[in-house]
Design a protein around this ligand. Sequence first.
Ligand code: FNR
Length: 395
Amino acid sequence: MSSNASRLLEDPMGPVVSVADYRRLARRRLPKFVFDFVDGGAGDETTVRANTDAFAKVWLHPHQQVDVSKRSTSTTVLGQDVKVPLLLAPTGLQRMVRRFADLEALRAAGEAGTAYVMSSASAFTIEEMADAATGPLWFQLYLWRSREAIEHVVTRARAAGISTLVVTVDVPMVGSRERDRRNGMSIPPRITPRNIYEGARHPRWAWQLAGGPEITFANFTSFAPAAGGMALMTYANTELTNPASQWDDLRWLRDLWPGSIVVKGILTVHDAVAAVEAGADALIVSNHGGRQLDGVPATLDVLPHIVAGVPDHVEVLLDGGVRRGIDVLRALALGARAVLIGRPYWWGLAAGGQAGVSGVLDVYRTELDTAMALCGRPTISSVGRDLVDPGVPSR
Ligand code: FNR
């Protein structure tokens, strides 16, 4: 798979070997307003930068003379087998990059043996995604004001065989992303002379959208047909955001949903404890990739506090700024069960659809495997705090 993916992604600017190379490719292949929508964050983007910078501050302390001739990156997350502790984070509006982006990313995740978290703002329905899934499929939602809308989607998720809900709690309103505002970015994208020019300059991108450039919120068309073509951030007669939502709403969902619940958007022990008390089985330490509130800390920096603040049986995941295989190791050593990536798989989508996402996942897997060998940690269970803290006794 890896050689196919890299053959397809031979780039005139040089070989594509790292996740950063995929970003470079995506920057060239996408119109500016699309690239910026993916890449950008809130305010001055200090949190966006902090997320990646935090990893570079954590040093690895290898063990030498360990038999690493047999290695495995496999583990479990919420009892589900994954071949690599790296999941695809929920991201909406993927159709801005390619018509079939959501399905392509889902298939690449299945091929890599990991889980795909579908966004409630997907261009495909829960049923379409579940039919195409070859690996674990989780469904992300917000605690909308309309409980009827929530019941509608979770009933369908259950019927489609989805075991795990991801409840995103860091969007009481949408953050201010200044690149989008400067670019006049709207949903659906506005047909402006500038956007027409950008489309003409990127014919390959425009071609990929052929037959369906509209951004639909497919999961709500049967619930609220009028919302199918949909403007801005309102759908299903409810709002994407619910500024009135509180932990009690999670308790209500807990009673409704028999499967696992993962709460995404945790940055403090206070909220970690509240989420667990309200019924969360697992948490995702996340600042939404720095896209919501600028000025919050890097997720890696708060991770150890959250891990220490919740009972051991609560699995803690992390997303934000994971760009290398060694970043996965760093997060695991600091207590994460697994990590998720957002932007990097969009770069893969922009670079080459499903093959591009496979290429990105292969870079992470290969880097992680090499790093595990060089660190003397041949299995995921051998990765402990001592890998990042030389004062901690080895297990
Ligand atoms: C997101 N994210 C997101 N999160 C969520 O819960 N529901 C969603 O629909 C979206 N949509 C979305 C779109 C785009 C373009 C991006 C980049 C991100 C946030 C996402 O799940 C994740 O938290 C971050 O992307 C992780 O940070 P990195 O890996 O992008 O640095």
